[in-house]
Design a protein around this ligand. Structure first.
Ligand code: G3H
Ligand code: 13P
Ligand code: ZN
Length: 308
């Protein structure tokens, strides 16, 4: 069924695992994700950015996700990813989303609190939970571009959660969006000291990690082998993500890894079968690739198998 993340996060926190939040934009991506979750008997969060809402339309997304919940019987939360303002939140809630993110991370502290609080009041009145964000991830968040990380300050996080009443908090500890998270010769690192301090100061409060794709080198290589040109891609090491999932992190966001896997699979079909023009052949291969990624994540990153 379609559920909020409330129970999911409570169980994940207590069990030392995390729920995967995968971005969906069309039928094949959605089916790949839920087939993977179903195969591993895992709850899952399907999230749509404002770009996804524009691309596929909220009504289509909601109807497809409802069908997925009915078909699989697993617990699915439908979440607005990086909601930019109250209007986006209202649209998502009117469209049947069970969870929303308001991303006020680029505002100053007081403005972020004020706007988040407004969203929390609206969402809670509609039975919907709210993810907020404090701290800035380097890279691109929809239309917002940040040159450098501004790591989340643990004391500010405590004050922010108390004053806004948000249900979960996305923090900045060194992850970033997209396929180029670190320079090629740079040893990836995350600020686990900050995560630990936040966990200590906000016990039992669910933390969210954005920009958490691992960027598998073999998948990038496969894209390039079959005509792609993706240079210097680098993600978060799987062991670090697993460690975060065992701590206060209850939701791990991944989109780039799905994009890379789908693209590699489709490129392979095109390269090996130039005469093929049935979309089911290449989109089907993309869907299968996404399912594999999701199963791998559930086993090796999230630890959410058999947690339904
Ligand atoms: O955080 C960003 C997600 O990867 C969604 O990306 O805004 O291009 O849909 P998008
Ligand atoms: P990646 O780009 O690392 O997959 O992050 C996705 C994300 O944070 C969506 O909100
Ligand atoms: Zn994000």
């Amino acid at each position: 069924p379609l559920v909020t993340t409330k129970e999911m996060f409570k169980k994940a926190y207590e069990g030392g695992y995390a729920i995967g939040a995968f971005n969906i934009n069309n039928l094949e991506i959605l089916q790949g994700v839920v087939k993977g979750a179903k195969a591993k008997n895992s709850p899952v969060i399907l999230q749509c950015s404002t770009g996804a809402l524009k691309y596929a339309g909220p009504k289509y997304l909601r109807a497809m996700v409802e069908a997925a919940a009915e078909e699989t019987g697993i617990d699915i939360a439908l979440h607005l990813d990086h909601g930019p303002d109250l209007d986006a939140v209202k649209l998502a809630i009117a469209s049947g989303f069970t969870s929303v993110m308001f991303d006020g991370s680029h505002y100053d502290f007081e403005e972020n609190i004020r706007k988040t609080k407004e969203v929390v009041e609206y969402a809670h009145a509609h039975g919907v939970v709210v993810e907020a964000e404090l701290g800035v991830l380097a890279g691109v968040e929809d239309d917002v571009v940040a040159a450098e990380h501004v790591y989340t300050d643990p004391d500010q996080a405590v004050e922010f959660v108390e004053r806004t009443g948000c249900d979960s908090l996305a923090i900045a500890i060194g992850t970033s969006h997209g396929a180029f998270k670190f320079p090629p010769d740079y040893e990836p690192q995350l600020r686990f000291d900050i995560l630990e301090e936040i966990q200590r100061k906000l016990p039992n409060f669910p933390i969210v990690l954005h920009g958490a794709s691992a960027v598998d080198p073999e998948t990038v290589e496969m894209c390039n082998k079959f005509g792609g040109n993706i240079a210097n891609a680098k993600g978060i090491p799987v062991e670090m993500l697993r460690k975060a999932a065992s701590m206060a992190v209850c939701k791990i966001n991944m989109d780039t890894d799905l994009r890379l896997a789908m693209t590699a699979a489709i490129r392979k079909v095109f390269a090996e079968n130039p005469a093929e023009f049935d979309p089911r052949k290449y989109l089907g291969a993309g869907r299968d690739a996404i399912q594999k990624v999701v199963e791998y994540k559930i086993e090796n990153v999230l630890g959410s198998a058999n947690r339904l």
